[in-house]
Design a protein around this ligand. Sequence first.
Ligand code: C5P
Length: 249
Amino acid sequence: MYQEAEILQDTKYERVRDKVYVALDFPNGSAAASFVESMGPGVTHYKVGLELLMAEGPQWIEQMGKLGKQIFLDVKLHDIPNTVAGAIRALAHLPVSIINIHASGGRRMMEAAREALPAQTKIKLIGVTALTSLATEDVEWLGVKQTVSDWTLHLAKTCYDCGLDGVVASAHELTKIYEHLPKDFLTVIPGIRLNHNQMEDQVRVMTPVAAYQAGASYLVIGRAIRSAPHPARALQEVWESLLTVSTFH
Ligand code: C5P
């Protein structure tokens, strides 16, 4: 465990502990497991994406579940309805709290995915709207005749209509989303930067406080924590900043 990680177990962080999913974008399970170990028992929420899932398979997720970690499985499924439904059924036994699919896969795909989850499941199914790495020029190239913001809202409303629990979206669209959709509709927000100058491949970024203030249900933070000189300290700073915001939801 990082020396700085001990403080993350402090009960003062209870209110914000579950608000940040730390992205485990590692090439293999041992690198990811050492990182999780280094962050200590106070850090309970992690996001596992395709890189790690492809490298290690679902068994790795089961191990994380046994350690009491809450996993957002960022698989961004996008295929014909029958295939996506099958994949959801295959994933639904895993100890994960959130699974996502691409909203642009269409209504029938989203409805099939939702129906594939067992009725009593605790897993939240959410739709990826426009990737935070896309700008309006990129969606124009896709043939979309709307700004990236209007396109995101359109996809978010469709996710809601199809019975999904929420969306992955850029923080820039939060206000618009909650103008049109209820506050208990989940918003999971990547593209979070502690410092706006560090965009990397993301285009539509925001700081943790600004995103939380605008109504984010959960933040997803990867490089800003993993690549910090002291990752546990970086997460502590994020949690401290979130504690200053009175809850939106
Ligand atoms: O390092 P960074 O904080 O940019 O990582 C963001 C994480 O969130 C990555 O794992 C990326 O795959 C994921 N993500 C995203 N945009 C989405 C959905 C997920 O950046 N729309």
